[in-house]
Design a protein. Structure first.
Length: 238
């Protein structure tokens, strides 16, 4: 389940919902359980988008030299930032906002949920904007030690997530809809496609290295293609 947060894998809440609905599928279920741990669900939070304090950046090439916040334990994020000529700066969930406010990073990838307590223009700067392009998906994976619970407990919890997948992802959609439209900035289809190709190249490197689970990456690509057949890795786009 850790691969659900992989770069460029889950582009929206619809795909996250479709993944949740498959948690009790026999082929998938057996991959969620090992001797010591069992994945029983994911609480969707929403897509992580680039938040920046300038309106001068609208193309991938303009990211060169920018300081971008990344998680220290996430090598694919770091590789992605370096691939565009930007500088990765280590942050974590407890200090990312403060680093952004104090101008220690220029760009902060974050889900909208994390921005809602703030007035973006007042707290971050008058030109603050959110790029309408998802870098990754943010969700809270629920992991248990199955030996500490009754038999089939994990399956019952996964069944709850399957049954409530629409409700859970609707909440994430509501959070994203609370951000005023004037903060969102769209990028061109050409820029999106160029960035998608770059992200996929790096992601696939980490699939080959074993960092990402190849089965779950392929599953999420199929789910993405159902939602967006134009995505360049989908058969219909070739």
């Amino acid at each position: 389940m850790g691969s659900t947060s992989g770069i460029g894998l889950i582009p929206n809440n619809r795909t996250a919902r479709n993944l949740l609905q498959l948690l009790n599928h026999p082929t998938i279920e057996k991959r969620l359980i090992n001797k010591d741990y069992e994945a029983v669900g994911m609480i969707p939070v929403g897509t992580a988008n680039m938040v920046m304090k300038t309106k001068k950046i609208s193309k991938v090439a303009q990211l060169r030299g920018q300081r971008i916040g990344v998680l220290a334990n996430n090598p694919p994020q770091q590789a992605l930032v370096r691939s565009v000529g930007a500088q990765p700066v280590y942050v974590d969930l407890s200090n990312a906002i403060a680093q952004f406010q104090q101008n220690k990073i220029d760009i902060m990838p974050a889900p909208v949920y994390g921005l809602l307590p703030y007035n973006l223009q007042k707290d971050f700067g008058p030109d603050t904007q959110v790029i309408n392009f998802p870098l990754a998906y943010f969700g809270v994976n629920i992991i248990i030690k199955p030996q500490a619970y009754p038999a089939n407990f994990g399956r019952k919890i996964r069944a709850w997530f399957v049954q409530n997948s629409q409700l859970l992802t609707n909440r994430a959609i509501q959070w994203e809809n609370h951000l005023p439209a004037y903060y969102w900035v769209d990028v061109s289809f050409y820029e999106k496609q160029s960035y998608d190709i770059m992200v996929a190249k790096i992601r696939n490197q980490y699939v080959r290295s074993g960092y990402y689970d190849a089965y779950f990456v392929e599953l999420m690509k199929r789910l993405r293609c159902i939602d967006d057949p134009r995505y360049f890795e989908c058969p219909m786009s070739r």
